[in-house]
Design a protein. Structure first.
Length: 226
């Protein structure tokens, strides 16, 4: 995937703050599978505060994320953990029957009622992450789109770039101006800044970046599929 930050035929465009975007889900090969519940039950979670107190939470693991709720009947989760950026460890030194979910930003600690429940949760998480990564690498699953606003703390960069299309041969492939946002571990690109729906999304965890053979300001994002 070839990208460029400049163009000799298009004047420089100032990067403006992007308006709040409320995006519909990105096209998925298996939407029902993405939204399905893999496992659910009660766990006790360590708070992300100075006291580090423990509170019982209703936990639902889906095929892309783990959500935890203050009550089993709550509609909205108190928090969500993306599984694609996560790995799980035992944390017996923190609490008996405890596991640690490690993400790029922080660690989450949960403990189960007994060792059997802990093993069941850890095995389910490991298998779910493995299936998710396999689907992403093979292109069977694409990340769902999320709401992106001006104040989203996960947005690390936004602005205009030029992206080379898939159609054509070699240097004959057309270049098109796209508005791009890096949100967490994903790069979303849009036809126009005001658009609500992204044209595509790139999982940055599964790609490498290098300066293109054309030299700066061109660079390549190399993914498992292109």
């Amino acid at each position: 995937l070839k990208l460029s930050t400049l163009s000799t035929t298009t004047p420089n465009i100032s990067v403006q703050s992007k308006k709040p975007q409320f995006n519909r889900p990105y096209s998925l090969s298996n939407l029902n599978s993405i939204n399905s519940i893999v496992k659910q039950g009660w766990l006790t979670k360590m708070g992300n505060n100075v006291i580090k107190d423990w509170k019982r939470r209703w936990v639902i693991m889906k095929t892309e994320r783990l959500e935890y709720y203050k009550d089993k009947l709550d509609v909205s989760p108190a928090g969500s953990i993306p599984l694609v950026t996560c790995h799980v460890n035992t944390a017996e030194k923190v609490h008996e029957n405890c596991m640690e979910l490690v993400t790029p930003n922080r660690s989450y600690y949960f403990y189960a009622e007994n060792q059997v429940e802990l093993s069941s949760w850890m095995n389910s998480i490991i298998v779910t992450i493995a299936r998710l990564m396999e689907g992403l690498v093979e292109g069977q699953i694409e990340p769902e789109m999320i709401e992106i606003s001006d104040k989203d703390p996960n947005v690390t960069h936004r602005g205009w770039i030029f992206k080379q299309g898939k159609k054509g041969m070699g240097q004959m492939k057309p270049w098109r101006r796209r508005y791009a946002i890096i949100n967490g571990d994903f790069l979303y690109y849009y036809n126009e800044e005001k658009d609500e729906d992204a044209l595509g999304v790139i999982n940055l965890l599964l790609c490498t970046v290098k300066i293109s053979s054309q030299g700066a300001p061109y660079f390549d994002l190399i993914t498992p599929t292109r």
